[in-house]
Design a protein around this ligand. Sequence first.
Ligand code: C5P
Length: 240
Amino acid sequence: MTAQLNPRGDVAVLVPAAGAGVRLGPGGPKALRLLSGESLLVHAVRRVAAAASVRLIVVAAPPAGVDAVRAQLAPVAPVVVVPGGVHRQESVASALAAVPPEIAIVLVHDAARALTPPEQIEAVAAAVRAGRPAVIPVLAVVDTIKEVDPDGYVRGTVDRSALRSVQTPQGFRHDVLAAAHAAAADPLTDDAGLAEKAGIPVTCVPGSELAMKITRPLDLVLAEALLRAPQDPARVRWPP
Ligand code: C5P
């Protein structure tokens, strides 16, 4: 069933989905790899469309696959599809250009975080709505982290209590994200990094293990297992 977006919503969600997915092994663009018979992008967009304040979804597709992505997403939700760029940052900038100025909040969400719960999307948007200019969902780091030199010698142990791993969606006031992208010099792997460079305070909300980034072959196996579990206490499947 095609989702309806909220015409009175104040949130646009950009979904960069133009990456090659080299770390996932051979098999085409990562966002179009199948998980339980549907692409990662379809899973991601379905959950974005279920977030109550989302008015617009813009997907940055692999340039050669714009029509195919449009066709794939048509039954899922109304989306705007634009061609992505060589770097993620260019894909985000292309998608951002399609957001009209009257939408106050812009979220950037990786297609690779296909199982992100709609509640996480709403929580990030709510924090921006409450006055935070830039918001990221984070998890505590569970492993011990070492700094290692190029020869494999340990330089030191990093204080884990101050570290967080960062997920998406990352949320911004529209004007803040536009200014951060306009000022960007080098490509970074996340948009909050651009805001930090521009001197914007970035704050955190709790992330979710379900928002894991499906990057390596084992991640796909785990995601498949979660979707097929007989019970669904964590509400991995959507709709529930
Ligand atoms: O490569 P990485 O895992 O950091 O990519 C994160 C997200 O950015 C993925 O959803 C990927 O499709 C997207 N991406 C993009 N354009 C690129 C590179 C990555 O839209 N040129």
